[in-house]
Design a protein around this ligand. Structure first.
Ligand SMILES: Nc1nc2c(ncn2[C@@H]2O[C@H](COP(=O)(O)OP(=O)(O)OP(=O)(O)O)[C@@H](O)[C@H]2O)c(=O)[nH]1
Ligand SMILES: [Zn+2]
Length: 360
């Protein structure tokens, strides 16, 4: 049984990770969160601060899939002496959520963009960029990775309040129930509404096309000074490196992931990465009344409604449910395994008792 410092909660650690980490973290190892990845060098943070880390040779040679390597936002098990040495990363704690895109080429490989994000802020500009179909594709990508979406409409200073209302209506009329926040980086209107949703200990990311105002908003959220100190220098093993920190701690305790992959994701991910055969169902699911809808019997389930009305093939739906059950089973078997371990522990205890071992 590993025990992890409660101080890690400020970086987003919680019981979910705690449960998943039990099997992979060895005694003597600690847990840290990846704040930047620069080829083979990583920058991680834990309760003792930030330090640089490398992948253990064994991890490097036994890991094949690109998506299994640590990315920004990941929790890793790490060996760190606390001196000026590199930490050694031995494993990646299972991801609670992720943003990924298909790797280049005709493969089913994925490239991780970021992990363990609580909320993706999907940004569209009210002018030129606004497009409900693209918004739906983003919603699919985001929900596919178990990330909760919030929609941000920027540049409201360029349109009239009536036009803004029309855009918001267009989103609602498409059946999208996701929260929408309208803002202007110029007048500052609405920016506080974004600040208000950022919770301490949660991780956020901004997604959206180039030029919609992501950087401008990030600057407002973090303050200039933090941005300027974003470069971390380090010397190790005769090498001078500068790593750009991609996971930023905001002053209210929330975290923001801003990495180059995320910026390309706007074009690559939402436009091309829709190979998922259940994309249509994910689009519908974003319109269900309840966010945790199981699409099996709920009132207000948009998926069931589409099956009923015939716009979604029943066979396709059943396929979706079947596969989902299988992947849930995967998760279940993990829990079962843990419960079995517990049951075995109890068995040992009672056996000892029967044998009188526990008695004085
Ligand atoms: N009128 C207006 N202009 C804005 C607003 N937000 C950003 N801009 C301008 O839009 C341009 C692009 O903004 P950025 O913040 O760089 O956009 P971005 O989404 O970060 O773009 P990439 O870095 O390419 O992904 C800049 O000239 C900003 O000054 C806004 O709310 N209103
Ligand atoms: Zn549903």
């Amino acid at each position: 049984m590993i025990s992890v410092s409660e101080q890690l909660n400020q970086f987003g650690w919680n019981e979910w990770f705690d449960a998943k980490a039990q099997e992979i973290i060895w005694a003597g190892h600690r847990v840290a969160r990846v704040v930047a990845v620069d080829r083979e060098q990583l920058l991680v943070i834990d309760e003792s601060g930030e330090y640089r880390a490398k992948l253990a040779g064994r991890f490097l040679y036994t890991t094949e899939r690109p998506s299994d390597f640590p990315c920004v936002g990941d929790w890793v098990s790490i060996q760190y002496s606390g001196s000026d040495d590199f930490g050694i990363i031995h494993d990646v704690v299972p991801r609670k959520s992720f943003l990924r895109r298909k790797a280049a080429g005709d493969t089913i490989e994925y490239q991780m963009i970021a992990a363990n994000i609580d909320v993706a802020l999907i940004v569209q500009s009210c002018q030129f960029d606004f497009n409900v179909n693209r918004l739906e594709r983003y919603l699919v990508m985001v929900r596919n990775g178990q990330v909760d979406p919030v929609v941000l409409l920027t540049k409201t200073d360029l349109i009239s309040p009536e036009t803004l209302q029309e855009l918001i209506d267009e989103i609602k009329n498409a059946g999208i129930t996701t929260e929408v926040i309208a803002l202007s980086n110029i007048t500052g209107e609405g920016v506080n509404n974004v600040r208000d949703i950022l919770q301490s200990g949660k991780t956020y990311s901004l997604l959206g096309s180039s030029g919609v105002g992501k950087s401008t908003l990030i600057n407002q959220l973090i303050g200039r000074q933090i941005l300027e100190t974003k470069m971390v220098s380090g010397t190790g093993e005769g090498r001078h490196t500068t790593v750009r920190r991609e996971l930023i701690l905001l002053s209210n305790g929330a975290m923001l992931i801003d990495n180059p992959g995320m910026r390309e994701f706007g074009i690559m991910g939402a436009e091309e990465g829709m190979g998922d055969s259940f994309a249509d169902i994910y689009v519908l699911a974003s319109k269900c009344k309840y966010r945790d809808c199981s699409h099996s019997n709920e009132k207000g389930c948009a998926v069931l409604a589409a099956v009923e009305e015939g716009s979604l093939h029943r066979a396709h739906y059943q396929n979706f449910i079947k596969l989902r059950t299988e992947s849930e089973f995967h998760d279940l078997s993990y829990l079962e395994k843990r419960n079995k371990d517990k049951a075995f522990g109890r068995y040992i205890k009672s056996a000892k008792k029967d044998l009188g071992i526990n008695r004085k």
